[in-house]
Write a protein that binds this ligand. Structure first.
Ligand SMILES: Cc1cc2nc3c(=O)[nH]c(=O)nc-3n(C[C@H](O)[C@H](O)[C@H](O)COP(=O)(O)OP(=O)(O)OC[C@H]3O[C@@H](n4cnc5c(N)ncnc54)[C@H](O)[C@@H]3O)c2cc1C
Length: 573
């Protein structure tokens, strides 16, 4: 081992990025490898709730206490990623009074500030709540931007010397003499500059220790060293509504169940979710009934949702884990706690530790625990500083307000740019070049897009997660081509077109489930814009696959009929 231990972290979700930052800040050599973009896995497909712990205050008080602790830390160190929306647990007439009281007692026991509101008071806060909501418990839930937060962690890790490789898949663990000594990586082989880090080819990265932070994929990576980590992936749907029908996180106050939460997020509201165990974290049915269920059930709490337009749906897979001797049959019974599995202690295979389970809200705590563990193992005497040192962009919250004045940023666009960039706003927005808005729905200016491109090259999906461009109401209909145009002429036409196609494909993927009635018209408008005016459906003579329009349901008709039963895979296959 060199004097500075080298740790290879596999997985660029919240957990892996958090671990990379913590270890790098303690002075260790770190390489993070991620098979896709940062947030490619579950972290990019979660609900965006910064838990207060209220959700677990009855069923899992240990998790609830961790949540409220981390909720406070992240409001501090990641202020530019958190919106302090507050949360409500609302009770309808058929919900149990006893459970309402248990929830309140649970919050008190876990140190979660909780206030009881009458139905009228709750509706004063959230005017669209159903008239029959009897009362509510107010808690300090928040909304968090997972993309911004993970990018900030990776940026901080890199500032502390870490190497971050995205589009780099670990294809094997290097095992010598029964010990894990590194990882074999296949770097993305796409042409052009779209790969962040090494551009193609196989590399063996030797390390003093490997951390398996691959969430729902942790079993597969452990298997590469012949180890058994029985992750139990569980899928859940989230449906994004066209506007922000609520400003507060609204939870239904009843024992765990599907479809009981709405989280306001930027310009939208996200409805969720379901909980179904799946065999494969990458290949599982995305079913129409799940989308229908969240809309129907949550409309009981917020009736206007029944008439609102959905803009897309997406699914995520929980990386649940429970020790082998527990064997819960129902995935909703599996603990949301996290587990650190040192494979030396557990299996007699040194050099590898897996971290599984947990929540986005507790990612920093998970990172601290594993970094403590590794530092103790290597005899490194360095304290964790991630609870005190703000992430890039959150160094000084007051500076955000100063920027507003300094740049005269009173308009929603300026305000949102500054909220996104935090303390980096000065550096990014101070430009002599013209700075038009490229994404109208999210108010993203050219300067922000250019800044993201400086970081990630020509990968427009990576630009998207850094800026939110193309994530608004029109789902890229009016900005994908503008983003692509920013790449030209610095990059060749083939690279630009490939990247543009990837972005369109990514946007399209989530809209397929929302296509009926007026939504189909919106999709057809997007199609017409990109296909007919800019030839994004390709030259027909060139052949190749075109969208399968037969696969879309014709959905809720003008007559007001309910959607036809679209049971089965919403992909239509
Ligand atoms: C439906 C749903 C809603 C949720 N809502 C919330 C919420 O509101 N609040 C909350 O706190 N938590 C929420 N969670 C939980 C939270 O999203 C996860 O616990 C958290 O994001 C897990 O992060 P992770 O980094 O451990 O895993 P991931 O984000 O999945 O990261 C693992 C990474 O490893 C990469 N990887 C896998 N194999 C390889 C390989 N061979 N080589 C290189 N890289 C590899 C993957 O691409 C992936 O990016 C939700 C989860 C789901 C499913």
């Amino acid at each position: 081992m060199a004097s500075t231990p080298h740790v290879a972290v596999v997985g660029g979700g919240s957990t892996g990025a958090g671990i990379a930052r913590d270890l790098a800040m303690r002075g260790l050599d770190v390489t993070l490898v991620e098979q896709g973009n940062l947030t490619h896995g579950t972290t990019g497909r979660m609900h965006g709730l910064l838990h207060s712990g209220g959700r677990y205050a009855v069923s899992d008080q240990a998790s609830a206490e961790e949540c409220i602790e981390e909720n406070r830390v992240l409001r501090d160190v990641a202020a530019h990623c958190v919106e302090e929306t507050g949360g409500l647990f609302v009770k309808r007439p058929e919900d149990s009074e006893e459970y309402f009281r248990e929830k309140l007692r649970g919050c008190e026991a876990c140190g979660i500030p909780a206030e009881v509101l009458s139905g009228r008071e709750a509706r004063q806060r959230e005017p669209y709540l159903a008239a029959d909501v009897e009362k509510a418990i107010a808690v300090p839930d928040g909304a968090v931007d997972p993309f911004r937060l993970v990018v900030a962690n990776a940026a901080s890790a890199r500032q502390h010397g870490a190497r971050i490789e995205t589009h780099s898949k670990v294809t094997d663990l290097l095992v010598e003499g029964g010990e894990v000594v590194g990882v074999a990586v296949e770097h993305g082989a796409k042409s052009g500059e779209r790969v962040h880090g090494v551009q193609s080819g196989r590399e063996e990265i030797r390390a003093d220790h490997v951390v398996n932070a691959t969430g729902a994929w942790a079993g597969r990576v452990a298997e590469m060293a012949g180890l058994d980590v029985a992750v139990r992936p569980s899928k859940g749907v989230m449906t994004i509504m066209n506007v922000r029908q609520v400003d507060t996180v609204v939870n239904r106050c009843r024992p765990k169940g599907d479809a009981d939460i709405v989280v306001p997020h930027e310009t939208t509201a996200i409805l969720g979710t379901t909980d179904e165990e799946v065999a494969d974290p990458e290949d599982y049915p995305e079913e129409q009934w799940e989308v229908d269920l969240v809309i129907d059930e949550l409309s009981e709490l917020i009736p206007i949702l029944a008439e609102a337009r959905t803009i897309r749906s997406f699914w995520g897979v929980r990386p649940l884990y429970e020790p082998p001797d527990v064997g819960s049959e129902d995935p909703t019974d599996i603990t949301r706690d996290y587990f650190l599995l040192d494979h030396d202690d557990r299996d007699g295979v040194p050099g590898l530790t897996s971290i599984v389970g947990g929540k986005f809200t507790t990612y920093r705590m998970m990172a601290e625990e594993i970094a403590d563990h590794l530092c103790a193992r290597f005899g490194v005497d360095a304290d964790c500083r991630t609870a005190d040192v703000p992430l890039p962009g959150s160094e000084d919250v007051d500076r955000l307000r100063d920027y507003m004045d300094e740049f005269g940023l009173r308009s929603p666009i300026g305000r949102r740019s500054v909220e996104r960039l935090g303390s980096r706003a000065d550096q990014v927005l101070r430009t002599d070049d013209p700075n038009p808005v490229l994404c109208d729905c999210e108010g993203v200016t050219r300067a922000e897009v250019r800044d993201a491109m400086d970081d990630v090259g020509t990968d427009l999906n990576a630009v998207r997660i850094r800026t939110r461009a193309s994530m608004g109401n029109c789902q890229g209909g009016f900005c994908c081509h503008r983003l692509a145009a920013e790449l030209h002429p610095d990059h060749g036409e083939a690279t630009v077109r490939d990247s543009w196609d990837d972005l369109l494909q990514e946007r399209w993927k989530g809209q397929r489930h929302a296509l009926w009635g007026q939504q189909l018209s919106q999709a057809m408008l997007n199609y017409a814009l990109h296909a007919t005016t800019q030839n994004r459906d390709r030259d027909p003579a060139a052949g190749g696959p075109s969208p399968d329009y037969e696969a879309f349901d014709d959905g809720r008709r003008a007559t007001g009929e309910t959607r036809p039963d679209a049971a089965g895979d919403a992909d239509g296959d």
